[in-house]
Write a protein that binds this ligand. Structure first.
Ligand SMILES: *Cc1c(COP(=O)(O)O)cnc(C)c1O
Length: 405
């Protein structure tokens, strides 16, 4: 019972408690665990134990690169930190323009536009391009920000089973409806497989739809020069007129962008509310990202190394009979071990933690019920020893916490 004489804070807390309790009871509780002294592969826990970090998105090991830090420090020393305004007011600096130029060149597009985060880029681009009631195909396992973006835009969503282009195609035929857009992750963030971009591009071409690819986990890592999953799939750039990328993953910094034709970018500047109504990201961050884009292209050993680690892991995991997710032709740094229930994922994660590996348990609603997992991911900073030790611990953990079929 809620006491009507209680103060406002007490009333609010009383309303929230039952839901919180149900999260705890369901093994769905989320909490942060600070890391200390992260160096690209290792860190310390709050208890002072050294731990190998095996679940981040810093695939090329650039987050801790001193050249990026120097760029940021250099800018901050000269001109400070904040922009004090949105891009369209007084927030846009030469450093943003240079980064946008480098991103356009890197992605082989006419132009690029910076957003403060990938989440905002997706909300902005989708709601600027989709009209209320238009039909949009979306993969069931798309990133939460794409799902939210379509909701915000008021799109009629055609959610198709993961990577199942024929389902989308036959649903379109049944409905006899025109398809305005198809939206997909390039590399699926929790599964690590690459979208069937060629088939999606064909379907989009046949139905006159626009293909939007969010390549948050592919850019910098896959394809020629790290140009991402479109290049790795052998798709033509012009089949994907809207490309979303982030700067916080392989590029190791923070921020995001949309790349495409001049006309697309001009449209976004007029219409993308998450571009217009938000403070421009710090120029020092843009200078660091600029360095990252150059380094990612020049130092191809980083890509080769992270993929070699992922291959080694996958081969080992298959030999040990670990439930490693997804059949795939293209190896990516993301190699999930799918363990079933949320509770089981927590058990696996805490066993790994005891053994000196930080791998977060990924549970619903981030992934579908019954597919909770350890989202293992590699970086260019990991060693063969990291991979081999991790495999050993996983094999032991599987004995203690079996995965139900
Ligand atoms: C991480 C991620 C985003 C969000 O990017 P942020 O810059 O972290 O907000 C968007 N899409 C996908 C597929 C992602 O994995």
């Amino acid at each position: 019972m809620i006491d009507s004489t209680a103060d406002a804070v007490t009333r609010l807390d009383a309303r929230l408690q039952p839901w919180l309790q149900s999260r705890r009871d369901g093994g769905l509780w989320r909490q942060v665990e600070p890391l200390y002294g992260y160096d690209g592969a290792r860190a310390s826990t709050s208890a002072g134990r050294s731990i190998r970090v095996m679940c981040g998105n810093d695939y090329l090991g650039l987050a801790t690169d001193p050249r990026l830090a120097q760029a940021m420090i250099g800018y901050a020393g000269r001109s400070g930190v904040g922009t004090g305004a949105a891009h369209l007011v007084t927030g846009h600096r030469r450093e943003h323009a240079e980064l946008e130029g480098a991103l356009a060149e890197f992605t082989g597009r006419e132009a690029a536009l910076l957003f403060s985060t990938g989440y905002m880029a997706n909300l902005g681009v989708i709601s600027a391009l989709v009209r209320r009631g238009e039909r949009v195909g979306e993969d069931r396992l798309n990133h939460a920000s794409l799902i939210d973006a379509l909701r915000l835009a008021g799109a009629k969503s055609l959610r198709y089973p993961h990577a199942d282009v024929s389902q989308l195609s036959s649903r379109c035929a049944q409905l006899d409806a025109s398809l305005a857009m198809v939206v997909t992750d390039g590399v699926f963030s929790m599964d690590g497989d690459v979208a069937p971009l060629n088939e999606l591009a064909c379907l989009a071409d046949r139905s006159g739809a626009i293909l939007v690819v969010d390549d948050a986990h592919g850019l910098g890592v896959l394809g020629e020069n790290g140009r991402g999953s479109i290049s790795a799939s052998g798709c033509a750039d012009r089949q994907v007129p809207v490309l979303v990328g982030t700067l916080g993953k392989a590029f190791g910094v923070f921020g995001a962008f949309v790349a495409g034709s001049k006309c697309l970018i001009e449209t976004l500047m007029q219409a993308a509310r998450t571009y217009i109504y938000t403070t421009a990201l710090p120029p020092g961050v843009a200078t660091a990202a600029y360095q990252a884009v150059l380094i990612a292209q020049q130092e191809s050993w980083r890509r080769e190394r992270v993929i070699a680690m992922a291959r080694r892991f996958r081969l080992g995991a298959e030999q040990l009979g670990l439930p490693v997710g997804g059949n795939r032709q293209i190896t990516t740094p993301i190699q999930p071990i799918i363990v079933g229930s949320a509770q089981n994922a927590l058990s696996w994660s805490s066993e790994l933690e005891q053994a000196g590996f930080r791998v977060a348990a990924i549970r619903p609603p981030t992934v579908p019920e019954g597919t909770s997992r350890l989202r293992i991911s590699f970086t260019a900073q990991h060693s063969e020893d990291d991979v081999d030790q991790l495999l050993e611990v996983l094999a032991r953990t599987m004995q203690r916490h079996p995965v139900a079929d």
